[in-house]
Design a protein around this ligand. Structure first.
Ligand code: ADP
Ligand code: ASP
Ligand code: MG
Length: 468
């Protein structure tokens, strides 16, 4: 069994879908499951759609008809004219359903997370129906399934947590037997039957769930770049595709901003020991990046550099913290109770301050929660009011080889210092696989490029010499 996932750009239009068909035709695998994302930009447009409807902006109707035309155009190019009636009728029905839902939002002023998830789910429902029919007409008979029937989640509608046990059981027991299955990514269902979604970028995760449940020999994730690059190719022109990574390295790079892979994707694969290849739909001859438990040894100690923007840095400080147990615990608990994800924690050695990094959008909420937790201490002057710094970025340097190579952190810090880039905070994971620095967003782009040049361009890419 081979599981393949094609992202938004890979199903963006009829041309891309044809490319995908030719990739599948090349495969000699007798059993395949294809997961698709919504057509490129469609999820963003669906979000604008419900936002417009909820704010009584009637132009939501125009947006709806643009979306319908986009999907119909793809069908017209992919399916012979005489056979378009059935699929066009199905797509029309789906759009009428979506229109009714939007009218409800418009009239009732009701826009819960559950409704948002229902609207967002249309992207993958539409793309998978079209891809399945296109396959059918190009000699790839298949069965279309609805991932909501197989992936069970909690009721955290927009970022739903998967019940792995139930999901694996549904997939193993209930998926139809066929040589080729087509499934929408991203969408799932709660135990009480409501549509949920797995978080932005979540189709990668859908594919890894299918791969793990079905014990696939390989998962291929097809996107618009030649794999995982040494850094974000949009930020550094010199970035290049990495040949091999361990699961842990890939997970760290993804977690700290390498958008090409949705971070939760890795965990199901680790447990089932399924390798993952990241490939380029528009350059299939390129090997891409192989991610596995035992990557081939590499001369590169640093494998990649990631960067997340839109970070808020919160600090509590004050003499009242010194030697008092439980301050860090109270700070993390206050944030955790608000379900806020913390990217970064650092404590000064004198214990006079603790700094955490989290998404900028949640900065105020987190500051409020921490302020409430420590209100008494702040009032007595034992602690200073919580400080919030924005806009900040986290730059993470990742590589298993850093464990054996002391001094990488020092090199990174002095390089940034030499270029007058102020480092606001530093953290190194206990595994020594990652060093992350927090800095002003204004400096982040320059920092990524400097570090990239330092760790990747000082010796030729293919050199066997030890870098750094
Ligand atoms: P898809 O829609 O196929 O899931 P995404 O847009 O989610 O694709 O991810 C692919 C994009 O991720 C690339 O076009 C690239 O701009 C961006 N990206 C960010 N960091 C990296 C990286 N380190 N390596 C490769 N691509 C990256
Ligand atoms: N369509 C969803 C998104 O844009 C999921 C995905 O593409 O992975 O976030
Ligand atoms: Mg993606």
């Amino acid at each position: 069994m081979l599981v393949l996932k094609f992202g938004g750009t890979s199903v963006a239009n009829a041309g891309a879908i044809r490319q995908l068909i030719s990739i599948l035709r090349e495969k000699n695998n007798p059993k395949m499951l294809v997961v698709v994302s919504a057509m490129s930009k469609v999820t963003d447009l669906l979000i604008s759609l419900y936002q417009k409807a909820a704010t009584h902006d009637v132009t939501y109707l125009e947006l709806l008809s643009q979306l319908e035309s986009k999907h119909m155009e793809a069908i017209e190019e992919l399916v012979p004219m005489s056979q378009q009636i059935d699929i066009k009728g199905r797509i029309k029905m789906i759009f009428r359903e979506l229109e009714d839902l939007c009218r409800g939002i418009y009239l009732l002023d009701e826009l819960s997370d559950s409704t948002k998830a229902r609207v967002m789910a249309y992207g993958e429902r539409l793309s998978s129906a079209i891809v399945s029919v296109a396959f059918q007409h190009h000699g790839l008979p298949n069965i279309l399934v609805d991932s909501r029937d197989f992936i069970q989640t909690d009721n955290n509608y927009l970022n739903a947590k998967v019940n792995l046990k139930a999901t694996y059981a549904f997939m193993r027991d209930n998926l139809p037997q066929a040589d080729l299955l087509v499934a929408p990514g991203f969408i799932a269902r709660s135990a009480d039957g409501k549509t949920t979604v797995l978080g932005r970028g979540g189709s990668d995760y859908t594919a890894s769930l299918y791969a793990a449940a079905l014990n696939a020999e390989l998962l291929e994730i097809w996107s618009d770049v030649d794999g995982m690059y040494t850094t974000d190719p949009r930020k550094a022109a010199a970035a290049y595709s990495i040949e091999e990574l361990s699961y842990e390295e890939a997970m760290e790079l993804a977690y700290f901003g390498a958008k090409v892979l949705y971070p939760p994707t890795i965990a199901p694969l680790v447990a089932a020991k399924i390798p993952l290849v990241l490939k380029n739909t528009f350059n299939p001859a390129h090997k891409g990046t192989l991610i596995s438990a035992n990557p081939a040894p590499s001369a590169q100690n640093v494998k990649g550099i990631s960067c997340i923007d839109h970070i808020a840095v919160l600090t509590i400080s004050g003499s009242g913290m010194v030697g008092v147990p439980g301050v860090a615990m109270r700070m993390f608990k206050a944030v955790a109770l608000e379900c806020i994800n913390v990217y970064f924690i650092t404590q000064s050695s004198s214990e006079q301050s603790i700094t955490i990094g989290l998404a900028e959008a949640e900065g105020e909420k987190a500051a409020q929660a921490i302020t409430e937790e420590f209100a008494g201490d702040i009032e007595q002057g034992l602690l200073n009011p919580v400080s919030v710094e924005t806009p900040m970025s986290i730059v993470a340097i990742v590589g298993n080889g850093m464990v054996q190579q002391p001094g990488i952190a020092g090199k990174a810090f002095s390089l940034l210092g030499d270029h007058n880039i102020n480092i606001r905070a530093i953290a190194q994971g206990a595994t020594e696989r990652i060093i992350s620095v927090v800095l002003n967003t204004n400096d982040a782009h320059r920092a990524v490029n400097l570090l990239h040049d330092r760790f990747f361009l000082t010796v030729p890419e293919k050199s066997t010499a030890t870098l750094a």
